[in-house]
Ligand binder design. Structure first.
Ligand SMILES: *[C@@H]1O[C@H](CO)[C@@H](O)[C@H](O)[C@H]1NC(C)=O
Ligand SMILES: *[C@@H]1O[C@H](CO)[C@@H](O)[C@H](O)[C@H]1NC(C)=O
Ligand SMILES: *[C@@H]1O[C@H](CO)[C@@H](O)[C@H](O)[C@H]1NC(C)=O
Ligand SMILES: *[C@@H]1O[C@H](CO)[C@@H](O)[C@H](O)[C@H]1NC(C)=O
Ligand SMILES: *[C@@H]1O[C@H](CO)[C@@H](O)[C@H](O)[C@H]1NC(C)=O
Ligand SMILES: *[C@@H]1O[C@H](CO)[C@@H](O)[C@H](O)[C@H]1NC(C)=O
Length: 449
């Protein structure tokens, strides 16, 4: 277009600047006709030229406004800073528009609120600020016989009612105290005088009795924990409380082992346990909290009743998919290539949970709950994977629309380690949207406390 306009201008200039040219034009009318034609051509070119200019202007304006927008963006293209997550952490550092951040909670906590938030065009975050809530281990009322449950991170403890002991207050304790004094009525006057004992029979388990004679009858008494057992009322011998109260009606004196002592007794506990303040029950020692474990840095210490376990989560190797560890106890699938059906049918995540329980725990009992935090489909299904051993002791039930629970259906005698896998699958019109696997490992102690 520019080229042709320039050509026309040159042609006109040539005609007017060279008078000799006019003289050569014999017919004036011919010239006028030619000039009119040139004028027509010129106005046509002018119109088209102006149209192009207008188009060009428009384009420049558009370009200007769009670059203007881009230039103003960097000053305000990030969403506000997000609050830190107590007992959890945030994955993803970018706060710019279109970026996503994810939230994870530490073991023993569950996420409430949005698992992921996107920085929107409006420079606000989608969803709601999540928080990590301590999983309520007391929800299943684990304390028996009137015990009070205290929820602790990743575990619970029971404050037992009087007369009960054990992890779940399952063991009865005797309600009496051993402060017996035996009194014997002897008629032998010889014995009354005997207040000192022959050296051979002296010792911590033998004590002299205290006798007094009233109206010809001698009464002898012993110190607490001693009794006159033989004919000789001058000698008190130690009461073997362990023997006397072994499997008594009111229960055993000690939860584990009773050791008779001079004038009394003492309870002892197996390795990994400490005697409780009342002196009769046993309390598990938390080796993980007290550095009495030898777990390495890449392992997680799991306190069990009477011991500990060092565990390490390695993400599963599954054909057609790869997994990445997003927390010490969780693996998530890397995004699948588009149209790779084999990949998209593999589980989206694997979560690992370790539970420590006592042997012969009463059943049925809820051991673990799995919930969908942000369900996107119309149906959730819960099922159990795993072998015969798991099926003998566990079953999976739905507890509400979004929650499935792993139930212990029969008591397990320890020491043992059981594994069960709970699968939660999410569907929309019967099409699978995602699969989430939770692997639960249960460490069963040797003892019932
Ligand atoms: C843009 O950022 C400034 C401070 O950098 C802030 O005061 C202002 O509210 C922001 N505007 C919008 C629309 O977010
Ligand atoms: C007290 O002594 C008598 C006789 O020596 C005995 O028969 C009785 O069982 C003792 N009582 C207790 C509580 O030990
Ligand atoms: C166990 O009890 C003993 C003595 O009562 C005490 O010295 C020790 O610190 C206790 N251990 C733990 C882990 O509580
Ligand atoms: C940790 O200690 C136990 C004994 O308490 C021992 O059997 C085990 O081999 C030790 N493990 C490591 C990794 O040192
Ligand atoms: C899935 O993995 C198997 C075994 O590695 C392979 O033979 C198959 O081609 C894979 N399928 C897809 C869709 O990649
Ligand atoms: C297991 O517990 C039940 C009652 O809770 C009890 O009757 C049974 O004897 C216990 N079994 C073992 C092996 O301790």
């Amino acid at each position: 277009m520019f080229a042709s306009a320039v050509t026309v201008l040159c042609f006109l200039g040539f005609c007017s600047l060279h008078p000799s040219f006019g003289q050569d034009c014999t017919n004036r009318q011919d010239i006028q006709g030619s000039l009119k034609q040139v004028q027509k051509l010129l106005s046509a070119h002018e119109a088209s030229y102006l149209q192009s200019l207008r188009n060009l202007k428009k384009k420049i304006n558009l370009l200007q406004s769009s670059t203007g927008k881009q230039a103003s963006k960097p000053t305000n293209s990030t969403c506000p800073k997000l609050d830190t997550l107590t007992n959890g952490r945030k994955l993803g550092k970018s706060h710019s528009v279109g970026h996503e951040v994810h939230f994870l909670c530490e073991p023993g906590y569950e996420l409430v609120g949005s698992e992921s938030r996107v920085c929107q065009e409006s420079l606000t975050w989608s969803g709601q600020q999540p928080s990590c809530r301590d999983i309520n281990e007391c929800a299943s009322s684990p304390c028996l016989n009137g015990g009070t449950c205290v929820d602790e991170v990743n575990q619970f403890s029971c404050i037992c009612a009087k007369g009960w002991a054990g992890v779940t207050c399952q063991s009865p304790l005797p309600t009496f105290f051993v402060t017996m004094t035996n009194t014997s009525a002897a008629t032998s006057p010889d014995a009354a005088a005997a207040t000192t004992l022959p050296a051979a029979t002296a010792g911590p388990f033998v004590r002299p009795s205290r006798c007094s004679t009233v109206q010809g009858t001698t009464h002898c008494t012993c110190e607490p924990g001693y009794t006159i057992s033989g004919r000789d009322s001058s000698i008190c011998t130690d009461i073997d409380e362990c023997e006397l109260f072994h499997d008594g009606q009111a229960g055993r004196l000690c939860l584990h082992t009773c050791v008779n002592t001079a004038g009394g007794y003492r309870c002892t506990c197996p390795a990994g346990y400490n005697v409780t303040r009342d002196g009769r029950s046993c309390k598990d020692i938390d080796e993980c909290a007290t550095r009495q474990n030898n777990c390495t840095r890449d392992q997680t210490c799991i306190n069990t009743y009477g011991g500990f376990q060092c565990v390490r989560v390695d993400c599963p190797k599954i054909p057609n998919a790869t997994y990445v560890k997003t927390s010490p106890m969780r693996c998530e699938r890397n995004p699948c290539p588009v149209d790779n059906k084999a990949c998209s049918q593999t589980p989206n995540s694997f979560s690992y949970h370790y539970l420590a329980v006592v042997s012969n725990l009463s059943a049925p009992r809820v051991m673990f709950r799995v919930s969908a935090l942000r369900p996107i489909g119309d149906t959730l299904r819960f099922s159990m994977l795993g072998g015969k051993q798991a099926r003998r002791h566990f079953t999976v039930q739905r507890s509400d629309r979004l929650t499935g629970q792993l139930m212990l259906v029969s008591p397990v005698q320890g020491p043992a380690t059981l594994e069960a896998e709970v699968e939660m699958s999410e569907l929309e019109r019967r099409v699978q949207l995602g699969r989430y696997i939770t692997k639960v490992t249960m460490f069963v102690s040797q003892y019932e406390f």
